[in-house]
Design a protein around this ligand. Sequence first.
Ligand SMILES: C[S@@+](CC[C@H](N)C(=O)[O-])C[C@H]1O[C@@H](n2cnc3c(N)ncnc32)[C@H](O)[C@@H]1O
Length: 223
Amino acid sequence: MSGLPTAGRILEVGSGTGVITGEISTRFRGSTFGLDIDPQANAFATAGDPQTCYVTGDGERLPFPEATFDTTLCHFLLMWVPDPGKIISEMSRVTLPGGWVLALAEPDYGGRIDYPKELAEIGELQTKAMANQGSDPYIGRKMRDIFTRAGLLDVLVGVLGGEWTGPPSGEELDSEWRTIGSDLHGTLSSQALATLRQTDLDAWHDGSRILFVPTFYAYGRVA
Ligand SMILES: C[S@@+](CC[C@H](N)C(=O)[O-])C[C@H]1O[C@@H](n2cnc3c(N)ncnc32)[C@H](O)[C@@H]1O
């Protein structure tokens, strides 16, 4: 339904380091294009995925004529932009009639679940910190509205599930705690952060930890 397997030209808006576009370029036969507002991200992406053309530009004013791509997509972009509706309208404009516009993953921190309950405090503080940094932690629930208002047809919106087995790698946990430390800098004392970090690590290792952030996807077809 995404149109990806048969697409001739595929664009990711907000392609960042190229993780998603790079994967698509190896899995599907179409020509891939990435666009990001950050030229350094594009340089990094190009080095790792030379078969994709990475372009610097703003998703609110895509530098492409209308009906250029068979499929356009984004992944963890809409929560960071001031006008997500404008991005989806632009993606629709540059997609061929009958082609698909996809938002593969956008979180909704308002539905975050943490266990053990002491760790819920981190979730609440991080959600506030994200809003203070100018992102929209509640973007997930708005996806159906955004896609419908953009005039897309056959809009389908869903939520990705969750599964928990072993703990994340040490590297993933370190990276997550670097983000938490930066988000909550000045909000919690370093002692309080260290205690919560230890609670988190203990819970991952004793098998009790659950962390779930509902992450929405949306598909729509261009009229
Ligand atoms: C969280 S990253 C996601 C990157 C990639 N999609 C991924 O999932 O790995 C968001 C990206 O959107 C880019 N971005 C933010 N606002 C943008 C805009 N208006 N136009 C294009 N890119 C934008 C940022 O520079 C960043 O690389």
